[in-house]
Write a protein that binds this ligand. Structure first.
Ligand code: SAM
Length: 239
């Protein structure tokens, strides 16, 4: 009984404390999801804030290899779209340094709250955390040199909206890099030809590729279009 009473008291004290601040979007809304066609393939559910065990990825040198390939340098602004638990965000933060910035973005507020704790604990002053919509990354206009989407493209509910609404955030010369496996989308991958077709539908052009992990995983680099297509002209792709 005494235990229960102290538990109730503790709960009241905890409940009376200030609510943790919510993470909000970093930029204005873009076009609504309703203007874009639905993808003509399945979308994988969000099931985790990470792709794989962080220590194993670190031992394999994944982020170093990817950042070298993408020429990530001090002073750059990199958007980590679908940042999850921050495997890339913390390493990007060290690479871009105090003159650069990482915009670590996700659509799950609980993941972002944990990521914010991690960023504070690790003292990463150049990481800004932002909430996106499933069809819109909600990033600041003209802010990004490189957008990185790692093991998350297949989870985007409205991929055409996401990729089109990303365009205003890209600075001149910015690139978009997507890492995924070659599995079907419902199994948390995106076959390479399907990715090309969906990105081309929004005007992007693939300019580089890095095969990873025994050919079952790849990194694809895209150049954005100079002019965004009208959403109504976008035709979905079949796998
Ligand atoms: C498998 S985790 C990968 C996390 C991290 N990129 C990594 O490599 O470990 C996929 C992440 O993408 C996020 N996500 C799914 N759809 C999204 C969207 N439309 N915009 C931003 N993030 C999204 C999920 O919430 C989840 O955190």
């Amino acid at each position: 009984m005494k235990l229960l009473a102290s538990a109730v008291f503790a709960a009241v004290i905890v409940g009376a404390g200030p609510a943790p601040a919510q993470v909000g979007p970093l930029g204005p809304p873009g076009l609504p999801a309703s203007r874009f066609p639905a993808p003509a393939r399945l979308v994988a559910p969000i099931i985790s804030d990470r792709w794989a065990n962080e220590d194993q990825r670190e031992r394999a040198g994944e982020a170093q290899r990817v950042m070298d390939f993408l020429h990530v340098k001090p002073g750059m602004v990199v958007a980590d779209i679908g940042a999850g638990n921050g495997y890339y965000a913390v390493r990007l933060s060290r690479r871009v340094g105090p003159t650069g910035r990482v915009l670590a973005q996700d659509v799950v507020p609980a993941y972002l709250a944990e990521l914010r704790q991690r960023v504070v604990q690790e003292g990463l002053a150049n990481v800004t955390i932002g909430l996106g919509d499933p069809h819109d990354p909600r990033l600041p206009p003209q802010s990004v040199d490189l957008a990185l989407l790692v093991h998350m493209y297949h989870e985007i509910q409205q991929p055409f909206g996401e990729m089109e609404n990303l365009l205003p955030a890209l600075r001149p010369g910015a690139r978009v890099a997507i890492i995924d496996t070659t599995r079907a989308t419902q199994f948390h991958g995106t076959p390479s030809a399907l990715l090309d077709c969906e990105l081309q539908a929004v005007g992007y052009r693939r300019v580089d590729t890095l095969p990873m992990e025994n050919g079952t995983e790849y990194l694809a680099v895209f150049e954005p279009p100079a002019v965004a297509p009208a959403p109504e002209t976008i035709r979905p792709c079949t796998p």
